[in-house]
Design a protein around this ligand. Structure first.
Ligand SMILES: *[C@@H]1O[C@H](CO)[C@@H](O)[C@H](O)[C@H]1NC(C)=O
Ligand SMILES: *[C@@H]1O[C@H](CO)[C@@H](O)[C@H](O)[C@H]1NC(C)=O
Ligand SMILES: *[C@@H]1O[C@H](CO)[C@@H](O)[C@H](O)[C@H]1NC(C)=O
Ligand SMILES: *[C@@H]1O[C@H](CO)[C@@H](O)[C@H](O)[C@H]1NC(C)=O
Ligand SMILES: *[C@@H]1O[C@H](CO)[C@@H](O)[C@H](O)[C@H]1NC(C)=O
Ligand SMILES: *[C@@H]1O[C@H](CO)[C@@H](O)[C@H](O)[C@H]1NC(C)=O
Ligand SMILES: *[C@@H]1O[C@H](CO)[C@@H](O)[C@H](O)[C@H]1NC(C)=O
Length: 498
């Protein structure tokens, strides 16, 4: 329930280190070159909570977190490149249509990175079936009437630093995205039509499209390659001014605003781009000049008590505050916060016998209701914004024990050391609003199975946007059918028991 996969935090330093002989380094985010779409309106992306109802092992989750950490550092405008922060984008994925005729692709929504890419036809080791048996599709520009190669002479490529010497009009614009654990995606940029669902009425959408530039991933490694959790690619939702969101916004079609509500109970949830008018949320300012969604945390409260910490501990790590990252599964705190926090939490139950599982998780045997036996943790931020995390959010059952979801970033590898990275552990079941117009982010406790209201910037009308939970792939159904058949066989073959 609580744990999702972590998103990849991408480190610019690592990217640079891995600068490939074959491919130009491209630091740019997903650039959406939108052709004017006559009707305005906000875009809605269906999201699905990747780990909902799944019994994926913790190590798989954790491994995914590492990958996600990589993706986060991918931000292009990051002046402090190389300080690997674990910003992660989605442990949830979206379905988008690409090309003409349009084919469906399942992409992880990653607010921690900016480049969007999908597995491409040249990819010889790309997965055909992935997370929950979802059928994956390799994108083939030749199959799409609207596909165009992006040349390294195009402004887009120049802006991302791809226009190196030897660049001619018929040279492609190459990219390499390296993630924190060393996994990567390499390929070239293409421009094609992306289909999305435009809000057209209460709980209603119409298909709309826009031409966007994205990566055609020819080579993926690590968890991005074949794995049980593979998807078609990554949809970068970072705050770079070249992101899809920014491009949409600059075309005047949507406010530079989006929101997600990750449903930790039922899976799926709400992910909407546009001017969210309901629920209204209190916000805290984004720290400027950071590549991710960073905010200043000011205090930590356990039950009624505040941890006795000096204000400078919140500035530890990269000194850029806490990163809000929907792509990261867990929540990472610097040692100076983590240690007293966990000590305080555990002081509520004096006779717990602690065990460490998989070298990573602090766990204990506990049979009561965790919400009765443990305190809520309230994180305080600038502008008096608070984030209340309940015991059922930060404690999760694992191998017959209860484990603590808070992680000590003091033991992470160098780039992530002592950073504060707040992932889905603390963000689920809340509406999280990213308001780039006001450079602020906020949240409120919310029922992610319900709906929110978006204002159409063109017509001024307000429409409901509801929750989705994309159906799973067919492998589950195949299994179900298999068991049904077996049951049938048994009932036919076995004599009735008298
Ligand atoms: C994009 O949308 C326009 C207007 O709705 C439509 O005419 C066009 O066929 C669409 N293009 C694709 C590739 O779907
Ligand atoms: C690339 O373009 C140059 C001139 O623009 C031309 O001389 C060359 O033949 C082209 N190469 C290919 C492979 O098309
Ligand atoms: C993005 O930011 C860069 C530098 O910060 C600036 O040069 C560029 O004009 C911006 N692009 C847009 C579309 O705002
Ligand atoms: C966050 O904290 C830093 C360091 O104390 C401070 O400079 C900054 O003004 C604070 N607020 C924002 C929104 O950056
Ligand atoms: C808080 O910590 C400071 C120094 O670390 C100490 O002097 C002070 O007594 C502590 N306050 C409480 C209420 O424990
Ligand atoms: C992380 O924090 C701990 C506790 O303050 C400190 O001992 C350690 O040196 C820090 N690590 C880094 C890389 O700053
Ligand atoms: C959340 O909203 C859904 C849809 O409106 C509703 O069916 C459900 O009962 C709500 N859950 C809670 C806990 O209010």
């Amino acid at each position: 329930m609580i744990i999702r996969r972590a998103t990849s935090v991408k480190s610019r330093k690592m990217e640079l280190r891995s600068h490939s002989l074959l491919l130009l380094l491209s630091l740019f985010n997903f650039l959406a070159l939108n052709r004017a779409n006559e009707d305005g309106g906000a875009g809605v992306i269906k999201v699905n909570y990747k780990f909902a109802g799944s019994d994926a092992s913790l190590s798989a989750l954790r491994a995914h977190d590492d990958v996600r950490h990589l993706a986060i550092l991918a931000g292009v405008d990051l002046p402090l490149g190389g300080t690997g922060r674990p910003d992660a984008v989605g442990l949830y994925y979206a379905k988008i249509g690409i090309g003409m005729p349009s084919k469906d692709y399942y992409v992880q929504v990653d607010t921690g990175s900016d480049i969007t890419w999908v597995n491409c036809i040249q990819c010889h080791q790309c997965p055909r079936r992935g997370y929950h048996g979802i059928e994956l599709t390799l994108y083939n520009p030749r199959d799409s009437l609207t596909a165009k190669l992006v040349s390294c002479t195009q402004d887009f490529c120049k802006e991302i630093g791809g226009g190196l010497s030897g660049c001619t009009a018929n040279t492609s614009c190459l990219y390499t995205e390296v993630y924190g654990d060393g996994s990567y995606s390499m390929g070239y940029f293409v421009e094609d039509v992306v289909q999305y669902d435009r809000v057209s009425g209460d709980l209603q959408t119409k298909s709309a499209n826009g031409s966007v530039i994205f990566g055609c991933g020819a080579r993926q490694s690590g968890d991005l390659g074949p794995s049980d959790d593979a998807l078609d690619g990554i949809l970068g939702f970072g705050k770079s001014n070249s992101s899809m969101l920014s491009q949409l916004a600059s075309s005047g079609r949507v406010k530079k605003m989006f929101a997600h509500c990750l449903d930790g109970v039922n899976g799926g949830g709400i992910f909407a781009i546009g001017h969210v008018v309901q629920p209204q949320v209190n916000t805290t300012p984004l720290v400027p000049d950071t590549p991710h969604y960073n905010v200043n945390m000011t205090a930590v409260q356990v039950g009624h008590d505040f941890l006795n910490l000096t204000t400078d501990v919140y500035m530890i790590g990269d000194k850029k505050g806490a990163i809000i990252d929907s792509g990261t599964t867990l929540a990472y705190l610097p040692e100076v916060i983590y240690d007293p926090l966990v000590k305080k939490i555990l002081s509520w139950q004096l006779d717990l016998k602690l065990q460490t599982l998989h070298d990573q998780y602090t766990c204990f045997d506990y049979s009561g209701s965790v919400d009765d036996g443990f305190p809520p943790v309230t994180l305080h931020f600038e502008n008096l914004l608070t984030l209340k995390v309940y015991p059922h959010d930060y404690l999760f059952p694992f191998e017959d024990l209860i484990c603590i979801g808070w992680q000590n970033s003091g033991i992470e590898s160098q780039d992530k050391k002592n950073i504060t990275l707040l992932g889905d552990l603390v963000l689920s079941n809340k509406l999280v609003l990213y308001d780039l117009e006001k450079q602020a982010i906020g949240w409120t406790e919310y029922n992610c199975s319900s709906s929110i209201e978006l204002k159409d910037e063109i017509t001024g009308s307000v429409h409901l946007v509801g929750a989705h939970s994309l159906s799973r792939g067919c492998s589950v159904n195949v299994q179900a059918i298999f068991f049904l058949l077996m049951a049938l066989l048994y009932s036919l073959l076995l004599p009735p028991i008298l």
